[in-house]
Design a protein around this ligand. Structure first.
Ligand SMILES: [Ca+2]
Length: 298
């Protein structure tokens, strides 16, 4: 069976949608100068070249994740080496700048990080009683972002769903509108506009909890991606480090202590929603503010 993107016909047309991100040649990836979540000390830019790819319009939802949990509980695991950007570099995928380190893909040693039963999955995804979105059976949260999942679980979901986690450069490209270099994903006319309120993004003081994905179309990015900034943070494939230089379809694959998360959340102030803001947490961390979305071949 080809894994479906959603669990319910009711939301099939909305939540299986991916959008082509049409990329130009080389652009600057905005980064926070201090490399921390907030960027009070200004910005610098790091040039990157990003090839075309597709990126899901929405954060992965509880409903979609429920289908994956069922598959995982039935024994499905990612194939060793799967989940790479195989459309790049003759199938080798992303590379780590000039160091010639290629994208490793899924490591079968990580299979032990994936639960093997619904009961264990439910325990794992119940990381915070008030703010978790997972429920043991389908309920009111099916269209809210899945949270409390580890980096491994996010990566495995994307492989099961026919894609992969986006690199930080890809995620940043989509959020900044490529060469437009938007301050927020919705910033336009001018792209430096820092206009933000609860009609654009779900951040601290707005909904109070993660909301149904796609509820704020005014905050969509250049290519129609919803909730890139706000609602739930989103795992990227990279280990957290300075961007590789040069960056041509690059990502960081040399392990550090944490993986990149992007976009801020409903529990953060607006400075965390800036495209320039980077953040990171350990890959085994389960956090009720961290979700993800998948990328795909163009
Ligand atoms: Ca988000």
């Amino acid at each position: 069976m080809v894994p479906g993107a959603v669990c319910s016909p009711r939301i099939h047309s909305r939540l299986g949608t991916t959008t082509n991100v049409r990329t130009a040649d080389s652009v600057s990836v905005k980064v926070a100068r201090c490399g921390t979540a907030k960027s009070p000390c200004g910005l610098k830019s790091s040039p990157a070249t990003v090839s075309s790819f597709r990126l899901d319009r929405f954060e992965a939802t509880v409903g979609r994740f429920r289908r994956y949990v069922a598959a995982s509980s039935a024994g499905w695991v990612p194939a060793d080496g799967s989940g790479k950007h195989t459309h790049l570099n003759g199938g080798k995928g992303l590379s780590q700048g000039s160091s010639n380190v290629q994208e490793p893909g899924w490591d079968s040693a990580w299979n032990s990080n994936l639960a093997k039963s619904r009961a264990v999955w439910t325990g794992n995804l119940s990381c915070e009683p008030t703010y978790q979105t997972w429920t043991s059976s389908a309920g009111a949260n099916e269209e809210r972002p899945i949270v409390c999942e580890t980096w491994f679980e996010a990566a495995a979901f994307c492989i099961w769903d026919g894609g992969f986690l986006p690199s930080e450069a890809e995620w940043n490209y989509a959020a900044s509108g490529g060469e437009e270099q938007r301050a927020y994903p919705w910033s336009k006319n001018p792209s430096t506009s820092t206009t933000v309120d609860c009609d654009y993004g779900n951040y601290a003081g707005c909904e109070g909890t993660t909301a149904k994905v796609g509820g704020l179309p005014q905050g969509d990015g250049r290519w129609g991606h919803a909730d890139l900034s706000g609602n739930a943070w989103e795992w990227n494939t990279d280990w957290y480090q300075a961007y590789p230089t040069p960056c041509t379809d690059c990502a960081r694959f040399a392990p550090t202590s944490s993986r990149v998360i992007r976009g801020g959340s409903v529990y953060d102030d607006t400075s965390y929603l800036l495209v320039s803001t980077r953040n990171n947490i350990p890959p085994f961390n389960r956090n009720y503010v961290v979700g993800f979305r998948c990328a795909r071949t163009p």
